[in-house]
Design a protein around this ligand. Structure first.
Ligand code: F6R
Length: 357
């Protein structure tokens, strides 16, 4: 039931800190000793290919970055509907991400890829689903049922669960030592508070920002490094529920073409993970009259979220992603959609579970 919430999307966004805490209560004792990974009985691997669609693909990309940045594992991300077996080999473990576990593009891609891979680990919110049934190793991301068509809490649950699996795999396979795994686990434990803080701060400032951009038809989302996939997720949420055009780019690409889109008042939303090179990208936007909205970092429009340089980090969470930055992005999309009179739980043309290719 959505209780006192205006819509399921609001409820599901609000639940994120509590879901993060619950997932971590379950997983934390099994991360740094490698037992989470060993319990999956997954095969040995040299490389990781993450497979997914939409928001689940974005969650997979964050998890892939954790395998790569924390353990030096080569990773690729595969858009399920574009899967081709030529990218795989017997050393590649497939990590399939699917909230519903019923997405036809994933099932079809697994037919193609699994036979030429090391094996399959499925991360899903539905352990009784088709994807889960065909995987020997299944991780339940344990977000509870998600009613809003736009994925919110399941993104957060997939990322936390997947990064916990990554850290556990790295220690269980001897790629990092236990004390490093313990530091990385400490970073994960901070997420419930960071998500809660992001909610509180964002609820205060997002409505005012939306006021200023209500009449805009196009939005640009930028990030660098681990922030890029969050820019992508923010743009996806905006498109899905507000029906406004949104593009996302690695910020360094702006000057290679998309900068031509920027004119007086163009909203440019930036996930600021503290990369010093963002400043020159943003001054190029500002010089053309763009309306820069920054998430994270000192002096940002939406402060106290994102991997600001000032945050004391123990294990290097900044290397895989500013997870709490997704909160203002979700709230921004929802607020804009509501102000435009749209149904945020049931966007036009979309279904919660996509069972056709
Ligand atoms: C976005 C969204 C979709 C799904 C995609 C994959 O908010 O909901 O992009 O993420 O259709 O669905 P699952 O995760 O069920 O495979």
């Amino acid at each position: 039931e959505r209780g006192s919430h205006a819509d399921y999307m609001a409820k599901e966004i609000d639940e994120q800190p509590a879901i993060a805490a619950r997932i971590l209560d379950d997983l934390v004792p099994h991360i740094a000793d490698g037992s989470l990974w060993r319990s999956l009985e997954a095969p040995a691997f040299e490389r990781i290919a993450v497979l997914g669609c939409g928001t689940s693909l974005n969650a997979g990309r964050v998890i892939a970055r954790a395998f790569g940045a924390l353990g030096g594992i080569p990773t690729v991300s595969v858009v399920a509907s574009e899967a081709s077996e030529t990218i795989l080999d017997p050393g590649t473990l497939i990590l399939a991400l699917s909230q519903s576990g019923e997405t036809a593009d994933i099932l079809r891609a697994l037919d193609q890829l699994e036979p030429v891979s090391a094996g399959l680990v499925a991360v899903t919110n539905n352990p009784a689903s088709s994807v889960a049934r065909r995987a020997a190793s299944v991780v339940d991301c344990n977000a509870g049922p998600e009613i809003g068509v736009a994925a919110t809490k399941t993104f957060v649950a997939q990322v936390i669960t997947g990064v916990a699996v990554a850290v556990s795999a790295l220690v269980a396979t001897g790629r990092i030592d236990r004390s490093r795994a313990a530091d990385l686990t400490d970073d994960l434990r901070r997420l419930p508070d960071l998500l809660a803080q992001a909610l509180e701060v964002s609820k205060g400032v997002v409505p005012g920002i939306v006021d200023e951009v209500l009449d805009r038809s196009g939005f640009i989302f930028l990030g660098r490094g681990p922030g890029v996939v969050f820019a992508e997720e923010g743009a996806l949420k905006l498109k899905e529920i507000s029906y406004r055009w949104a593009e996302h780019y690695p910020a360094g690409e702006l000057k290679h073409g998309p900068l031509a889109l920027v004119d007086q008042g163009t909203p440019v939303i930036v996930v600021d993970n503290g990369d010093p090179r963002l400043a020159s990208n943003l001054s190029e936007v500002a010089a053309r009259g763009g309306r820069v909205i920054t998430i994270g970092g000192a002096g940002s429009t939406i402060p106290a979220v994102g991997m600001s340089m000032s945050r004391p980090l123990v294990g290097g969470m900044d290397r895989w992603g500013p997870l709490e930055a997704v909160v203002p992005l979700q709230l921004f999309a929802r607020e804009l959609a509501l102000r435009l009179g749209l149904d945020v739980d049931k966007p036009r043309n979309l279904a919660k579970s996509v069972t056709v290719e």
